[in-house]
Design a protein around this ligand. Sequence first.
Ligand SMILES: Nc1ncnc2c1ncn2[C@@H]1O[C@H](COP(=O)(O)OP(=O)(O)OP(=O)(O)O)[C@@H](O)[C@H]1O
Ligand SMILES: CC(=O)N[C@H]1[C@@H]2OC[C@@H](O2)[C@@H](O)[C@@H]1O[C@H](C)C(=O)O
Length: 381
Amino acid sequence: MGDAGPILALGLMSGTSMDGIDVALVETDGGDHVCRIAAEGFAYEARFRDRLAKGLETAKAIARPDERPGDLAELERELTDRHTEAVRRFLTVRGIEPATVGVVGFHGQTVLHRPEQALTVQLGDGHRLAEVIGIDVVYDMRAADMEAGGQGAPLIPAYHAALAKSLPDELRASPVVFVNIGGISNITYVDGTSEPMAFDTGPGNALIDQWVAREAGIPFDQNGAVAAEGGIVDALADRYLSADFFTKPAPKSLDRFDFTVPPPGAGSLEDVARTLCFVAAEAILRAADHLPETPKLWIVGGGGRKHPAIMADLRRGAAKRGAKVVAAEEAALDGDSLEAEAWAYLAVRSLRGLPLTWPTTTGCRVPTAGGILAKAATSAA
Ligand SMILES: Nc1ncnc2c1ncn2[C@@H]1O[C@H](COP(=O)(O)OP(=O)(O)OP(=O)(O)O)[C@@H](O)[C@H]1O
Ligand SMILES: CC(=O)N[C@H]1[C@@H]2OC[C@@H](O2)[C@@H](O)[C@@H]1O[C@H](C)C(=O)O
């Protein structure tokens, strides 16, 4: 692609919480020009969520990225078709012609992430998606980074760094940290002078989700109702926070199974939920120990920003370190769609051969481009 001007890009993210597909439309040149146009979430029903959860178990047998043991090939087809349907609905409702969209960035569903073995697997058939929607698709964006010695995650920092350049004046604090509290949490540190620095910080919502699902039969602790009735169990919190992961220097990234849900009987429903919120917040705050300078501003995206106990703990801890915490919306961003927007942005960078990752974000040896391009056979116009 010779033209370096802005194009329309669609990003598709199915995150580790496995709650659905986030779709975002962005106009971008893959550099400083980022114009967020629209976003929507398409929730999975409980039955498909369960199938994905079983898929994570099956995926533990994978030794090479292209292996699909058990019913994973069928699950991959269904996941891809659900993405197709989400794109169709997203574009149709808004009257957007597929032919006007230059590229789709397709994350897929991570079912296995073992950076120590240079192995990461995202279910999602980019060619099938491109063929059906009639738009070029960039997928498998983590593999090249791993081949270059990186963790393969996080990838969102390139996008965070671009967003940092257009923060509202009142939030122009240097350095700033973007936090994503999804199933797993990760941060990007931007000081405006060098490449972004980033790493996974610990468990986000995943443990809380798993705990309340098993103990109370609910998919997540909506608006923190359960945790609000509980107290922090110090011994349980200490058990999580004494993990080597927190003192390990960056770069580092996590698999969803690296931290496991407390066993039945670990405490009351409410106390354990409250404790896991504290652990989620503390894990993020401890990331500051690995940063070159104490950040002045933390901007929080991802579903965890909607959990009052996580945010209260984060605010309290940051204040002690002289920093302020704001939800993405207070920075004129959409905290639900940041990841999908990032995948749109990264797809354009991929088309243009720009790096997706740096030694400071994933530990790759050199700034590394990535992603596989699946060309649409025919224009859908
Ligand atoms: N209103 C709410 N109250 C409390 N928690 C919420 C609320 N809304 C969402 N969440 C939490 O956010 C989670 C979804 O977050 P998000 O969509 O950012 O995760 P993800 O993108 O799947 O994960 P990752 O970033 O690790 O890939 C839910 O599973 C739930 O735990
Ligand atoms: C392997 C994988 O899918 N990792 C996810 C996960 O969810 C959060 C954290 O762990 C982050 O490393 C990554 O997602 C974000 C979007 C990223 O790559 O930037």
